[in-house]
Ligand binder design. Sequence first.
Ligand code: ZN
Ligand code: ZN
Length: 172
Amino acid sequence: MAGAIVLVPVGPVPADLVEWLAGRLRAIVGQKVIVGEAIPLPEKALDPQRRQYRGDGVLAGLQALGCPGVDRVIGLVEADCYAPGLNFVFGQATVAGRDAFVALPRLRETFYGRPPNESLFRERVLKEALHELGHTWGLGHCPDPRCVMYFSNTLADTDAKGLEFCPRCQEG
Ligand SMILES: [Zn+2]
Ligand SMILES: [Zn+2]
């Protein structure tokens, strides 16, 4: 039997969000999903000028967690993150590897000065988590804008795509 997917809160992530995501992923992926112990934001990855965390530094922090027998580790990061050459990232993964993360702040309506919308926020978190999981399975970006592996350049891209992997990605 494949090992479990572990969700690791990074920073002060709401516990009900993590539990909710674990339940949804369990149902969609059909794999055991457990909630791991929260870890602090990796201060080594902070760029104080940008006030953002470097994505590869966040991944390194997850990689450093032992988690023996665990199949995948998905960090839920309560901080804005970036990668070289990009203003920000919604998430990042080690392609065909174990570790991935979703950065939460930009998935909230309140980040853009709009009223909170918890269900929309959660749907975005789920889509981005599935997208990053797809990368850990070795999938690249998909040209189909409705496929969950479509690259989200903006939040509108995330909202336009579905939760499903298109037939091509399902085979890949
Ligand atoms: Zn991607
Ligand atoms: Zn696809």
